[in-house]
Design a protein around this ligand. Structure first.
Ligand code: ZN
Length: 504
């Protein structure tokens, strides 16, 4: 390997090692750390974060990129190099510019505003007091507009933040997808609303955590999540974290009155973990051993959670096992009734509790508000009113308070604008990937019903996982499916599935 490229890999591998240390500290904090460890832990994490910042902004990286011929006109460097090297150079350059273009004083100001914003948001949500959060929202917006300007997006600051979560995405490209998607989702919800609601045979029953865990572990290991390279633990909010290429851990939480919450968290997080574990050996423990975007990452978790875990085939395989664990609670429940209940559509104000159909509308609502906030068409003060208006118009909801409305999500209090669209993109990618997968390996249902997940995981590894973050999301989608992202696949999936569940 040429010297400059070798040196660059050394630099980016160091950054990846530090990111892994940071992840370990964060994982321990959420899973095992005693409460009083928090102050020391905050210092430890801050120290490691400082080293990560130094490592990724090391001027030597800029010099090496230059030596490798990477520039604005030619972000991948010399075109005669192998594709893998060019993709690596392109990624490192992008990350380096993202990190170095923003002045340190602004990074620090933003970091402080985020901490204060999160604390203010938590209080505001508890007290249902938007006005106390409003100045923080204004401050964070102003700072993120400045950040975007430094990033070269002075005229289109929202594009900068969208691109940060989904490389290549713009307000226009997302609007082109979300426009038709919103109309189709409303149309399907209209059809469902006209039918009888399906009953929930598990409602009101208690399911001890030990049984839930035993079941979750069976499913997760069947999926191909190996415990030699991962762990399942308990935390307040489920998450996946990558400590190293062979150490990707997940968490869940158990609610005795909600049987499926822990299961679907396990399946969802294991989907994320399988993605990171499936990155090509050649990219191991280097900067590309990561998912290519938030949206594609979410496609992996949602594919397993919804396309697999909420399918009839899945419950044909697993309902008997679940009944065996909870005979008193589920012994008399019919498998088909359980399957229908798993896919019950019930519009509610909280996004994270939304069903597969209405979920996208929650996301589109936030996208519309964010773009208006960034263009200046909407003032922060008008957010609660606008949120209620849209919730009524799109979801038919009469919101009683802002805690159930514009204060429900943490993202804006962290200054994370442009994040929400990836949640909906995940569903869209998942449906499109599933169609291409079925063309390549045959119908997925019989495999799921047989618990034969290897061909499914194999297709994902070959077509999505192995690239890590070496390709842009649009490139992964085109290579895996031969087409750009098209919401028609997701809509067709919903029509078929919910037409059957609700009989339309
Ligand atoms: Zn997720």
């Amino acid at each position: 390997m040429e010297k400059a490229l070798e040196k660059l890999h050394e630099k980016t591998k160091l950054a990846k090692t530090l990111v892994g240390i940071d992840a370990l500290l964060g994982w321990d904090q959420e899973v095992y750390m005693p409460a009083k460890g928090i102050n020391a832990r905050a210092e430890q994490i801050a120290w490691v974060s400082g080293r990560i910042h130094e490592a990724v902004t090391d001027p030597e990286i800029g010099r090496l990129l230059e030596e490798l011929g990477a520039s604005e006109a030619n972000p991948s460097g010399d075109p005669s190099r192998p594709e893998a090297d060019r993709n690596y150079i392109r990624f490192v350059r992008r990350a380096y510019l993202q990190q170095t273009r923003i002045p340190l004083a602004l990074v620090e100001e933003l970091s402080k505003a985020q901490s204060l914003g999160q604390a203010a948001w938590a209080e505001a949500r508890k007290k249902d007091d938007f006005p106390s959060f409003k100045p923080h929202l204004e401050k964070l917006l102003a700072l993120q507009k400045k950040v975007a300007a430094h990033g070269g997006f002075e005229k289109k600051p929202y594009d900068y933040h969208l691109d940060n979560h989904e490389a290549g995405a713009t307000e226009a490209s997302i609007a082109a997808v979300f426009g038709p998607l919103g109309k189709d989702l409303k149309r399907i919800l209209g059809k469902i609303a006209a039918r009888h609601q399906v009953a929930d045979p598990a409602a009101g029953k208690k399911f001890p955590a030990a049984g839930q865990e035993a079941f979750g572990r069976i499913v997760m290991e069947d999926m191909g999540y190996e415990l030699e390279r991962g762990r399942l633990d308990v935390s307040t909010h489920p998450f996946t974290t990558t400590l190293a290429s062979d150490d990707v851990r997940i968490t869940t939480r158990y609610h005795e009155d909600n049987l499926l919450s822990s299961l679907f968290s396990i399946v969802h997080e294991a989907g994320h973990a399988l993605y990171e574990l499936g990155v090509d050996e050649a990219l191991k423990d280097d900067i590309l051993s990561d998912g290519c975007s938030m949206g594609v990452h979410e496609s992996q978790s949602r594919f397993w959670e919804n396309t697999v875990g909420r399918s009839r085939a899945f419950w044909k395989r697993y309902f008997g096992k679940l009944q065996g664990i909870f005979p008193a609670e589920l012994g008399k429940v019919a498998q088909e009734d359980f399957y229908r209940a798993v896919n019950r559509v019930e519009i509610q104000p909280i996004r994270v509790e939304a069903d597969e159909v209405s979920y996208g509308l929650h996301v589109i609502l936030r996208f519309e508000l964010e773009r208006a906030l960034f263009s200046g068409a909407l003032e922060a003060a008008a957010v609660p009113g606008e949120w209620r208006k849209m919730a009524k118009e799109w979801l038919g909801l009469d919101l009683k308070n802002d805690a159930m409305g514009c204060l429900q999500d943490i993202h804006w209090s962290m200054g994370a604008f442009g994040y929400f669209p990836s949640y909906a993109l995940g569903n869209l990618y998942a449906a499109q990937f599933a169609e291409s997968m079925a063309k390549a390996i045959g119908p997925i249902e019989p495999l799921v019903e047989a618990g034969n997940f290897a061909p499914v995981l194999g297709w994902l590894r070959t077509n999505i996982h192995r690239w890590g973050s070496s390709l842009l999301p649009s490139e992964v989608c085109e290579r895996a499916t031969g087409k750009p992202l098209d919401p028609a696949h997701f809509i067709a999936y919903l029509e078929k599935k919910y037409g059957e569940v609700y009989g339309f």
